[in-house]
Design a protein around this ligand. Structure first.
Ligand SMILES: [Fe+2]
Ligand SMILES: [Fe+2]
Length: 295
């Protein structure tokens, strides 16, 4: 019988970390060297805030971790996320082959790989899930499943995966974990792939939005700070098809009452940043809108 998901080192997570002082290489000047596996803070902006170390997994909420990679040589930052529940561990958008070693090391900060029970591929792009076959080998869990939209499953079969697929369209667009915790899947067709979907951790009201709400920028921080809307603009202009598709999806997502948006690129959005991001994307002309002759 499988053991309940257990954090490595038995660390209790009581809060989240801040991003002040992040540097381009992902380190923090005031905290040299490798910090603890997971930085813990007592509250946002309060006197006990502890800066996080981007070389390690970072707690975003209780049981939700950023395990991504900041590559200072590109404008595109790979955000993978780990959700650690009582008896399930879910790795969301495990990333690319070049990202594999960093992401897996950060996963190891939190759990043992064989504890991972579900991989989510929000769509088929190589930066999203190109390393899935390698992750699958390391996880080496015969019960591992891969959750993806059927249009994505059709394409990622080309990766030669051996795990079972979990098709949300055949399961009420939700996955109930063994504890009863619910993941909701929201299809976001053509944003930017036919099989793109958002994954929502209902318990923490965290939305893992993949390319939606993503950003590209030279300056980057894990938690959105000044300039995050400007970073979202060129990314959506390039990768989203048109405002006519983007706007209704953003309006629908806005009604969901998320507390946190975790995109696969760019920065994590929280609090008032969500309203600003929804407003920005609803009005953003993108893709075909920017073609000559299209207004
Ligand atoms: Fe993509
Ligand atoms: Fe992407």
């Amino acid at each position: 019988m499988r053991q309940p998901a257990r954090r490595r080192g038995g660390r209790a997570i009581s809060g989240r970390a801040t991003h002040e002082g992040d540097q381009a290489d992902g380190s923090r000047g005031a905290t040299p060297g490798r910090q603890s596996a997971v930085a813990v803070a007592e509250g946002r902006g309060g006197p006990n805030v502890v800066a996080h170390d981007l070389n390690s997994a970072v707690a975003l909420a209780r049981d939700v971790y950023w395990v991504g990679r900041h590559d200072p040589d590109t404008l595109l930052h790979c955000n993978a996320y780990l959700l650690v529940d009582e008896q399930d561990v879910v790795l969301i958008d495990p990333g690319s082959i070049p990202d594999f070693h960093v992401i897996m090391r950060k996963v190891l900060d939190v759990v043992s790989p064989e504890q991972i029970t579900l991989l989510v591929a929000s769509h088929q792009d190589p930066d999203v899930c190109g390393n899935t076959a390698v992750v699958e080998e390391v996880v080496n869990n015969p019960d591992l499943e891969i959750a993806a939209h059927p249009e994505t499953i059709r394409l990622i079969r080309s990766l030669g995966l051996r795990s079972r697929y979990f098709d949300p369209s055949e399961n009420g667009w939700r996955r109930v974990l063994k504890s009863g915790r619910v993941l909701e899947f929201i299809p976001t067709p053509f944003l930017h792939s036919p099989g793109a979907m958002v994954t929502v951790d209902v318990k923490t009201k965290t939305a893992f939005t993949s390319d939606l709400f993503g950003g590209i920028s030279r300056e980057w921080s894990l938690f959105a700070s000044g300039g995050y809307l400007e970073a979202m603009t060129p990314f959506h202009q390039r990768y989203m098809p048109t405002n006519a598709v983007l706007r209704p999806c953003i309006e629908a997502l806005e009604q969901k009452g998320f507390e946190r948006i975790c995109p696969q690129h760019g920065s994590v959005l929280e609090g008032e940043q969500l309203a600003a991001a929804f407003a920005h994307l609803k009005e953003l002309r993108c893709g075909l809108d920017l073609r000559a002759g299209n207004g």
